[in-house]
Design a protein around this ligand. Structure first.
Ligand code: DGJ
Length: 746
């Protein structure tokens, strides 16, 4: 096959070839869109063997003349309920006669070059038409005129299919949509493991693996945000899948609000996988001639385990999800004053911090929470984005100027989706927050959520932020969001559209972000939600990096960053070195370990660097120098996870440059072990025949390391089979690293 999307008119099969994977659908009886295959690449354009259907008891037949055919027993692309399939549907709608039955049948399809844009929603994209092809398939429910358009894009160079769905009302009655999932995929058997990323605040995205059982297993958010608690991602993997081995099917939803993802296993053992907006609390009134657009779902396939899956998604997200000037740029090393000062600072303190940071080689100063209104704690002022002259009497532009003189760029924290009851904004517009009539307005961190489903609220916030960003040369914005939604209702919408508010909020947020990033293309935006509470592909479309977690403990960060790296590339992760004892968990770790762990993403410091001892100051300067040397590799290279921290013993990972000429390897021993074995670290991703030099960077050892370990010269195949000797690290939470470069051929 020479094109990513092929339609065989003879067999009525659609064959999508994305990278090394094939996805095949077929029109059954010329009407029903059935799923035929998803997995490793097939060379033939069509699957030769026909779809076999058998008569099953209690599975009704939509065509009374064919007792072998039931929608209940065939794999489907966009299943409906009420017309013979009893499994969970992709779509549910309610009509004027009170019925909810749907019967979607094929009408037409179009094959398009490239990838059309999604209206008002974040999505992956192409820059040249040759990068992908798209097929749009229209299915119709004839009695009501409801038309579903399924869109599938196959990327030529990624093993990923992008799916999205539009639902149009071509009839004459109002339709109430109750469920519109973005993707459903029926798998032929239940012999998979489900991998997902559950967590909590400060403990986000810890990888969990559970066998798929004979029941429904869902991950979801009902919090109004994608959440710390579950991430809109899961994978189905064959048992015994490792980093390098096994078939993996990954599902990622490009969405930042309530979602539903997971699997449902039916009576015959087939598994229906699904992803989309959470139907819980959702509804949408679709009037005649209107169209509803569901967010994009990405379906990826790897036949070489989790590592290859991650690297494929990393490349796709880095190159064709993230946008703007910073997509291809290394990010500045930053200092953030949050854990250094919390709310208690003045201009002198900030400038002293800036001065110390600048001498260490730090490039950007981020002024966190507490610079506006009269915010001395978290009880006030959200919504009043005007500088607090008690703390900063000369304002932001004077602070920026002074920092610039110290050779530092300036960045600022905002939380624009929120309002404090104690604020000018709330006193002026008490109905601008999400609320339901006279019901109690529950607060979280003493704040309410602004009603971004309303365009007047969105425009007002946009104006405020525009004025703020014009008030000084602000080069970076940390956009925070510190509570989840309750009393989800809006004064801006009629009663019969109140179930739309959760989704309309996200559309409003996307609109504000689109507009703001268009107005300020030179600003680097970092998204945050109490750390990584909204670490999802939807936010990455607008803001190219995320504050990964409020947990800055190096050991806690290992599992958070490993879990995050399952889907998200290093360049999207903010990672900071903080003080010890760590403020979240009280652990004391060496500064070298804190540095090496934070080098797994965009390096920053979040501590009072004025307090560093001379020795630590030297070490921090050296680690910033090292990071500047390797950040191109970390941010744009391929990640190989070598040892998972969930063993509680150690963790190791490496980055390899695209040309495989350079690599950087990090090893962290969690707890010290007496008389530990002579352990070797097996590397990955190198060129087998190339000779490399590996330089060991080791800190704080209480014995001499032989020269033969400090400098190793060996071929890639040796490093990937024999491996590198790991030095005996003395003490808990110790780390070392290797800088690896290919040797010129003599
Ligand atoms: C939560 C963030 O995750 C922290 O980094 C910090 O910005 C605080 N909010 C400030 O309130």
């Amino acid at each position: 096959m020479s094109v990513p999307v092929y339609y065989d008119g003879q067999t009525q099969q659609f064959h999508l070839q994305a990278g090394q994977c094939s996805y095949v659908m077929q029109l059954y009886k010329g009407a029903y869109l059935v799923h035929r295959y998803f997995g490793r690449s097939l060379s033939n354009v069509s699957i030769n063997q026909p779809l076999i259907t058998v008569d099953r008891a209690f599975s009704p037949n939509p065509d009374p003349a064919d007792e072998h055919f039931s929608l209940d027993t065939v794999p489907l692309e966009y299943p409906v309920f009420g017309s013979s399939d009893f499994r969970l549907p992709a779509i549910e709608a309610e009509f004027d006669d009170g019925s909810s039955i749907l019967d979607l049948r094929y009408v037409r399809h179009r094959i398009l070059p490239g990838k059309p844009q999604l209206i008002g929603l974040p999505a992956t994209y192409v820059e040249r038409e040759e990068e992908a092809q798209t097929v749009e398939i229209d299915l119709q429910d004839a009695p009501t005129g409801l038309v579903v358009t399924l869109r599938y894009t196959a990327f030529a160079h990624h093993g990923v299919i992008a799916r999205s769905v539009s639902v149009a009302n071509h009839g004459v009655q109002n339709i109430r949509l109750k469920r519109v999932l973005s993707a459903v995929c029926d798998f032929p058997s239940e012999s998979y493991h489900l991998i997902h990323l559950p967590g909590a605040h400060a403990r986000e995205r810890e990888m969990s693996i559970i066998p798929v059982g004979r029941t429904a297993q869902f991950l979801e958010s009902r919090r109004g945000a994608s959440s710390h608690q579950q991430n809109p991602f899961f994978a189905l993997a064959t048992p015994f899948t490792t980093e390098d081995y096994g078939d993996v099917f990954a599902f990622s939803l490009v969405y930042s609000g309530n979602f539903l993802m997971g699997v449902d296993t039916e009576q015959f053992g087939t598994v229906r996988a699904m992803a989309g907006i959470n139907p819980f609390g959702f509804g949408w009134l679709l009037r005649p001639s209107e169209t509803f657009h569901a967010p994009e779902a990405l379906l990826g396939y790897s036949q070489q385990g989790l590592g290859a899956m991650s690297r494929d998604f990393h490349r796709l997200f880095r190159k064709r999800l993230v946008r703007g000037a910073f997509r291809d740029q290394v990010r500045p090393v930053l200092i953030n004053n949050w854990e250094a000062t919390y709310f208690h600072f003045d201009q002198d303190t900030l400038l002293e911090l800036g001065q110390s940071a600048s001498l260490l080689g730090i490039e950007l100063f981020v002024l966190d929470d507490g610079w506006f209104g009269h915010r001395d704690d978290d009880r006030s002022s959200l919504g009043d984005w005007k500088v607090d002259i008690r703390k900063l009497p000369e304002g932001l532009s004077a602070l920026e100027k002074a920092l610039r003189e110290q050779n530092m760029q300036f960045g600022i924290w905002v939380e624009p989706e929120m309002v404090s009851p104690d604020s000018e904004l709330y006193r002026t517009h008490p109905d601008w927050c999400l609320h339901v009539g006279e019901r109690t307005r529950s607060t979280g961190r003493h704040q309410l959520v602004l009603d971004f489903s309303r365009s007047d609220v969105c425009e007002a916030i946009l104006d405020q932020l525009t004025r703020l960003l014009q008030s000084a040369p602000i080069r970076y914005v940390k956009w925070d969001m510190n509570r989840h939604m309750t009393e989800v209702g809006s004064k801006g919408w009629p009663i019969d559209q109140q179930r739309e508010i959760g989704h309309r909020y996200i559309l409003g947020l996307y609109y504000v972000l689109e507009e703001l990033t268009r107005r300020f293309p030179a600003v680097l935006f970092e998204s945050c939600s109490g750390g990584g509470g909204r670490f999802d592909p939807g936010m990455l479309y607008y803001m190219p990096q995320v504050w990964t977690s409020d947990n800055t403990d190096a050991i806690g960060r290992l599992s958070i960053q490993f879990g995050t790296s399952l889907l998200y590339p290093s360049i999207t992760m903010g990672a900071h070195v903080s003080a010890v004892p760590n403020h979240q968990v009280g652990r004391i770790t060496p500064v070298d370990t804190r540095g090496l762990v934070a080098m797994m993403g965009n390096l920053g410091y979040e501590m009072d660097v004025r307090q560093l001892t001379d020795l630590d100051r030297e070490k921090v300067s050296a680690q910033i120098l090292l990071y500047k040397e390797i950040r191109q590799l970390v941010l744009f290279g391929d990640l190989y996870r070598l040892r998972h921290p969930h063993t509680q013993r150690d963790a190791a990972w490496m980055y390899v440059s695209e040309d495989r000429d350079e690599a950087f390897v990090t090893y962290v021993r969690i707890l010290a072990v007496a008389n530990s074995p002579m352990d070797r670290l097996i590397l990955r991703g190198l060129e087998p025949q190339t000779e490399y030099h590996a330089k060991l960077l080791v800190y704080d050892v209480s014995y001499e390391i032989p020269d033969s370990m400090l400098d190793v010269t060996a071929r890639g195949d040796e490093l990937m089979a024999v491996g590198l000797m790991i030095p005996h690290l003395h003490g808990d939470f110790r780390a070392c690293a290797w800088k690896i470069v290919s040797q010129p051929v003599s």
